[in-house]
Design a protein around this ligand. Structure first.
Ligand SMILES: Cc1ncc(COP(=O)(O)O)c(C=O)c1O
Length: 425
């Protein structure tokens, strides 16, 4: 009887559900026709040659100059960091062997968290496998711990912060990017007794803008709001000890929770939060992204600790980076290339169209040996597609002049718009 039913079900005509493959193919075709399909450029980065990398081009390997690396000070190739990691591997500190709770807490994790807490002048720190996971986990826990809380989120916050806020139970109010008056208005409209979290970045990586942290802390203190600061693009690069924009703007002690990455200026991989003991312990004890995931390899924790110890003293590299940024900005202004003015190390040049942005990036790579990726929607808004340059201490004035000259030629060849008006008048 049962076999007969199964046979008749198998033989009967059923309407086909849409195919997943077809759905993906249609989406990918859409991305291709908009010029937004992501093509990875295959590179090798030999240790002693940064900013040069080897591009595995279709016609064979060739040298290119990296202009969009987030390994901002090239700590990924630092000899002491590498030696520490090699030594750690020899000592068996390769994989963590478990979540932090189940055999995965290594002495190196604890040491790194001690150094991170000290760096930011906080009571405690906690590491995660990435900055993305750190934001997702910390913001979702924070946004769920008090039943009636609300999150005030900067309009330009990173995807990982938005995802973290969404996973929490607190509703979200978005305030205009870096607009302290709008933040204050939105805070004032909320009931006094409602717990409030202000979530923002110190340095926004796609336009290079910097948050006015003292003014934001003033407003936060007036309304009794908790401050959550993503310092991912600032740690290692700003402040006398490289602890970030909060240090530079002298507000570290006024920020409740600082979040950072070990994947950019620190040169490795991983993320962290630093703050008061009870808050960090709360995220450690309640955060799924921390509890249920294998800990970062302890060799990375060892390398990150040494990298941070060196970054604390890396004033000369920070100064050289800033000088190279200013030199590049001067060159772009001179040729009216449409750069977004920024006080930071990020130099965006706007193309304003996804397909042409990709064309410019391809030309720079193929003809001039310049590697810079196009930045398209959804990373930036449609119509503001851009190339994003990150000069570092190892670029020379010759590299910068070559870049400016190449951009000038590409802008002419593709007939891209130049800056109107007068920076130079
Ligand atoms: C502002 C910001 N926060 C968090 C992250 C995620 O950090 P990670 O790359 O360590 O996952 C990024 C990544 O680019 C970022 O730009």
């Amino acid at each position: 009887m049962t076999t007969a039913i199964v046979t008749s079900v198998l033989k009967s005509k059923v309407e086909r559900a849409p195919s997943f493959e077809d759905a993906f193919a249609a989406k990918l075709n859409g991305l291709r026709s908009e010029g937004r399909y992501r093509v990875f450029v295959e590179l090798e980065r030999p240790a002693d040659r940064f900013p040069y990398a080897v591009w595995h081009a279709p016609d064979g390997p060739r040298d290119v100059v990296m202009w969009c690396s987030n390994d901002y000070l090239n700590m990924a190739h630092d000899a002491a960091v590498a030696a520490t990691m090699i030594d750690a591997v020899k000592q068996g500190a390769t994989g963590a062997g478990g979540t932090r709770n189940i055999g995965g807490t290594h002495h190196e994790h604890v040491e790194l968290e001690r150094v991170l807490a000290q760096w930011h002048g906080k009571e405690a720190a906690l590491t995660f496998t990435s900055g993305w996971v750190a934001n997702l986990t910390a913001l979702s826990v924070l946004g769920s711990i008090l039943p009636n809380a609300v999150v005030l989120s900067d309009a330009d916050n990173h995807n990982s912060m938005i995802e973290g806020i969404r996973r929490g139970t607190a509703p979200c109010v978005v305030f205009r990017h870096n607009d302290v008056a709008d933040l204050a208005t939105k805070l004032a409209a909320l009931p006094t007794a409602q717990p409030k979290i202000i979530a923002l970045e110190s340095l926004y990586s796609m336009d290079g803008s910097v948050a006015p942290l003292a003014a934001i802390c003033d407003v936060a203190e007036r309304f009794g709001a908790f401050t959550y600061l993503d310092e991912v693009h600032a740690v290692g690069l700003y402040g006398v000890r490289g602890a970030g924009q909060a240090e530079l703007q002298c507000v570290s002690h006024r920020i409740d929770l600082i979040q950072g990455t070990l994947g950019k200026a620190v040169g490795l991989q991983g993320g962290y939060i630093a703050g008061r003991q009870a808050v960090v312990d709360g995220v450690r004890s309640l955060g799924g992204g921390f509890i249920f995931s294998t800990a970062m390899p302890p060799m990375i924790a060892a390398g990150a600790r040494v990298s941070i110890e060196k970054l604390i003293r890396a004033k000369a590299q920070r100064n050289a980076q800033q000088q190279h940024v200013r030199l590049l900005q001067q060159g772009l202004r001179r040729l009216r290339l449409p750069m977004l003015e920024s006080p930071s190390h990020i130099v965006p040049v706007v193309v304003g169209d996804a397909a042409r942005c990709k064309q410019a990036s391809d030309l720079l790579l193929q003809r001039f040996g310049i590697y810079v990726q196009p930045i398209n929607y959804p990373t930036v808004a449609r119509g503001t597609e851009r190339l994003r340059f990150t000069p570092g201490p190892k670029h020379t004035p010759e590299h910068i002049h070559h870049l400016v000259d190449a951009l000038d030629q590409v802008w002419t060849e593709l007939d891209l718009p130049r800056q109107q008006g007068g920076w130079w008048c």
